[in-house]
Ligand binder design. Structure first.
Ligand SMILES: Cc1ncc(COP(=O)(O)O)c(C=O)c1O
Length: 405
């Protein structure tokens, strides 16, 4: 890893191919002999090389924006491999999705009505709010009855009536209760709700239970027991499959599961200073490259790769290089005594790291590299230089248009 930092420079994201392949294999082995398909929620990490790697293992794409749909179209000729969960979508996006033939998952009655009125629309999935939520933080709990997502259970009759009125078919039911689910029982409970509700739909060909399988970010956290979850879910499927039509199947769409543990954000120490009680290590990255600590109070283990053999006996707060006092990536971490230019690794940073990165403070975006199973590494996105970043920005803003009112 230090060698990657030396050759690529910092900051950079590095992903371990073997871990991504391991995670893919685990899910594919979970439901033997049952009609279960897996999708990858690309919002977690949409680097094209990672998409291609996961897709080659036999996993489809789960998308949440029209831009993500367009990206996935580069990886498959079959639009039915792309599941598109809309969220306050525009008419133009809906029209394009219908023309493309992707599976559209609709989360409100108003949007469902627009879909039903569309002359070329034929069939869709609907996202249900199961009134069961979970997640590693309140901001990623999507299944609560107050959350903005999904059609409430009490509105299902209306959804069915709408489809009937316009002669459209609701072929799928979907719920995603949250990200980083703490209690697998909540997912099982939501699955039971969906299975029960599915009886109100006559044209169903699938049920999609969403993603949310958690990552153990702290050593005290237990890994998600996929095998145990598989056994609980299998029992539900076995009972439910009786009487279902030929080809009926179930789906899951995790994102974090595939990539979180595979990723590291490498950064260099550029400042060491004591501010009264707090000893800061300033880095060459920050909240613009790794937002999770700031928006979710998220924890990422930090390792000083340069001092890997040294005893951790110093307490450091690790700060970023963004001009915000809140730009702190980790508080009070016990690490070996650090020196300028030491390389630190933020662990488990493969999901919702680079996809959330921005150019705030007009900062350049970092490189991404893939550590291959043969021990080599491949640059899968070069770093932007400061000069490129500014030149691209100026170029984009070159045109000014005056709109007459
Ligand atoms: C609709 C939908 N599906 C799937 C996911 C993937 O979640 P996770 O990465 O926690 O598995 C998300 C993420 O929040 C989502 O919004």
């Amino acid at each position: 890893m230090l060698q990657v930092a030396r050759q690529l420079g910092t900051p950079c994201y590095v992903y371990n191919e073997a871990v991504i392949m391991r995670q893919s294999r685990i899910v594919l082995d979970t439901f033997e002999n049952q009609p279960v398909k897996w999708l990858y929620a690309i919002k977690a990490n949409d680097n094209p090389h990672i998409l291609s790697l996961i897709q080659k293992s036999g996993i489809g794409f789960d998308t949440v924006s029209f831009e993500e749909v367009l990206l996935c179209r580069h990886f498959t000729d079959n639009p039915r491999q792309i599941f598109y969960t809309e969220n306050s979508m525009s008419d133009a996006e809906m029209d394009a999705a219908i023309q493309m033939g992707v599976i559209l998952n609709i989360g409100s009655l108003k949007r469902l009505e627009r879909f039903c009125r569309h002359p070329e629309a034929t069939e869709c999935c609907v996202r249900i709010n199961p009134a069961i939520g979970d997640g590693h933080h309140a901001r990623v709990n999507t299944g609560d009855s107050e959350s903005k997502f999904g059609i409430r259970i009490g509105q299902i009759e209306e959804a069915v009536a709408l489809a009937k009125k316009y002669g459209k078919r609701i072929i799928g039911l979907h719920a995603h209760i949250g990200s980083g689910i703490k209690e697998p029982e909540n997912l099982i409970a939501a699955m039971k709700v969906l299975i029960e509700l599915s009886k109100e739909f006559s044209d169903l060909t699938f049920i999609n239970f969403g993603g949310g399988m958690p990552t153990p970010y702290r050593s005290s956290e237990k890994p998600f027991d996929m095998a145990h979850f598989g056994r609980l879910a299998s029992a539900l499927f076995e009972a439910d499959l009786k009487g279902r039509p030929e080809g009926f199947h179930y789906l899951f769409e995790p994102g974090r599961w595939f990539v979180a543990e595979a990723g590291f954000l490498l950064t260099k120490v550029q400042t060491i200073k004591d501010q009264l009680e707090t000893r800061y290590l300033g880095t060459d990255t920050g909240m613009h490259h790794l937002m999770r600590p700031i928006i979710y109070d998220a924890w990422h283990d930090v390792v000083n790769l340069t001092k890997i053999e040294h005893t951790p006996d110093q307490l450091y707060t690790i700060s970023g290089n963004i001009c915000e006092s809140g730009d702190i990536l980790a508080f009070d971490r016990l690490l070996p005594e650090a020196e300028m230019d030491d390389v630190l690794a933020f662990c488990d940073a493969g999901a919702y790291g680079m996809t959330m990165a921005s150019q705030y403070n007009r900062r350049a975006l970092p490189a991404e590299a893939l550590l291959k199973t043969d021990g080599t590494f491949q640059i899968i996105r070069p770093a932007q230089t400061a000069e490129e970043t500014v030149a691209e920005f100026l170029d984009k803003c070159r045109f000014t248009t005056t709109i007459n009112s």
